[in-house]
Design a protein around this ligand. Structure first.
Ligand code: TMP
Length: 213
């Protein structure tokens, strides 16, 4: 492994609709990289362990009501409170596999009708991921999966709007789109290949940048 001073970890984000399989794949990816001897951590947003995260969690389970703009800013604040730790970890050589990020923030709030640019603004200055993996599944297929419908946003009509917003975010980006309806092992292999390539580029000193660049 490259141990030069500019060797850093990669920031890898998994995005997609609810029940697309992100969480399972994120943890498998982390295990895979760990098995290869890489330093790796599995993170997720919302991070429900912080006090902001607890407000988000109670909103998502319909225990509390919040104005759409307010919850949007809380999701963003939840990322900001982890930004410096994230930077320290990456610069220290740890790769972070991230289950949802700013793209979820924008997609889910735009799906409610909030303005696209307004939604992006509070995310500016957070760390830009080195790789975004989009697990592609139709809202209909996602709804047929086990455990669907237990949280606030898990409704087909709403998820249709989320897909539209994700599409807007993809324009001009270099997201890797993976078919989330394939067998789990096939998806796993596909992701491993893409991610390993990215991890190597970051070890070789690809610079860290900020959103939205
Ligand atoms: P989770 O199921 O991955 O924990 O995410 C909880 C829900 O929160 C999910 O429906 C996506 C939504 N979400 C937002 O609306 N804004 C955000 O910034 C994030 C990270 C998630």
């Amino acid at each position: 492994r490259d141990s030069s001073s500019n060797s850093r970890g990669a920031l890898v984000v998994l995005e997609g609709l609810d029940r697309c399989g992100k969480t399972t794949q994120a943890s498998r990816l982390a295990q895979y990289l760990e098995g290869l001897g890489h330093s790796v951590e599995l993170w997720r947003f919302p991070d429900r362990t912080t006090s902001v995260g607890q407000m988000i969690s109670s909103y998502l389970s319909n225990e509390s009501q919040l104005d759409d703009h307010t919850i949007h800013l809380l999701f963003s604040a939840n990322r900001w409170e982890k930004r410096s730790l994230m930077e320290t970890k990456l610069k220290g050589g740890t790769t972070i596999i991230l289950d949802r990020y700013s793209y979820s923030g924008v997609a889910f709030s735009c799906a409610k009708g909030l303005n696209f640019e307004w939604c992006k603004a509070p995310e500016v200055g957070l760390l830009a991921p080195d790789l975004v993996l989009y697990l592609n599944i139709s809202p209909k297929m996602a709804a047929e999966r086990k455990g669907y419908g237990s949280e606030r946003y898990e409704q087909i009509e709403f998820q249709n709007q989320v897909v539209e917003a994700y599409r807007d975010l993809m324009i001009g980006s270099n997201w890797q789109i993976v078919d989330a309806c394939q067998p789990m092992e096939v998806i796993e292999k596909e992701l491993q290949e893409i991610v390993l390539d990215c991890v190597k580029k970051c070890q070789n000193g690809a610079p860290l940048s900020d959103l939205w660049s």
